[in-house]
Design a protein. Structure first.
Length: 267
């Protein structure tokens, strides 16, 4: 029986790209269930795609996960398929860092295959649409149960391309995080997961200082008055910043990768 295939891209929904990829997968693996994660990733924004994939996949069944945010399509970057240690998941996409954060969430990569010239790709292969011609058909064949090792050439996991990401740290008793993503409400995702908050004196329900602005470490937006800043754990249990009925990004003037210094109020 064919497995679940999840699909994430920066293709948007205005054109036929997503639909055509669905069509390719349906022809090869008609019994597979294809679940769309997101197709509104900002164009060419590999890191945003990687963060969404990392945060979303734990909520999806194990299967084959096709992800395409590929600004260097047709150039020298590799196309890969990766098997994870936990839950036997397979991720298929460009070797540009897009897949690795999600793979690590499932125990890391235990098998890597270069699929740029896979026997499963469509022929002729267009230089500019590997989502249709490489990633979708490879993913569909793997969902049908075809062996990963036969999909291409073996690749050492330590040769995979890493994303360049800032790293949160502790400095002078403060938690120094970074703004790594923004949503359309102006909420700011920080690079701190629940288990990484550690002992920085932050107590839920108490005031905190965020870049010298007064805020409240709260559970949800309505815990603070309208227009007030809050620090909270978002739906994926990552620390985030919001303004109730406003924009934390605008209030704090934050851009991508800007530092966010957090400490208990008065410190």
């Amino acid at each position: 029986m064919a497995r679940v295939i999840t699909f994430l891209s920066d293709y948007g929904l205005e054109d036929d790209f997503v639909g055509v990829c669905h069509g390719v997968m349906a022809r090869i693996a008609p019994d597979a269930r294809v679940l769309d994660i997101a197709h509104g990733i900002p164009r060419h924004d590999t890191r945003s795609g990687a963060l969404v994939l990392r945060r979303a996949l734990p909520f999806f069944p194990a299967g084959v996960h096709v992800a395409v945010v590929d600004p260097e399509v047709g150039a020298e970057r590799r196309a890969v398929a990766l098997r994870t240690a936990d839950e036997d998941r397979v991720l298929v996409g460009p070797d540009n860092g897009l897949l690795l954060p999600a793979a690590r969430a499932f125990g890391g990569v235990v098998e890597a295959i270069e699929v740029s010239r896979s026997k499963h790709r469509l022929e002729p292969t267009a230089a500019t649409f590997h989502g249709r011609d490489v990633f979708a058909p490879v993913g569909a064949h793997l969902a049908n149960g075809e062996p990963l090792a036969e999909a291409g050439d073996p690749l050492e996991a330590d040769q995979l391309v890493e994303l360049e990401m800032p790293e949160a740290r502790s400095e002078d008793g403060r938690l120094v995080a970074h703004a790594v993503a923004f949503d359309r409400f102006g909420n700011v995702m920080l690079d701190i997961e629940h288990d990484q908050v550690g002992n920085h004196g932050l107590r839920l329900g108490h005031p905190v200082s965020v870049n010298d602005e007064e805020a409240h470490y709260a559970t949800t937006f309505a815990d603070v008055p309208s227009g007030k800043l809050l620090l909270y754990e978002d739906a994926y249990r990552w620390l985030a910043l919001a303004v109730n009925r406003g924009s934390a990004a605008e209030l704090l003037g934050l851009a991508l990768d800007d530092e966010v210094r957090i400490s208990p109020a008065g410190e």
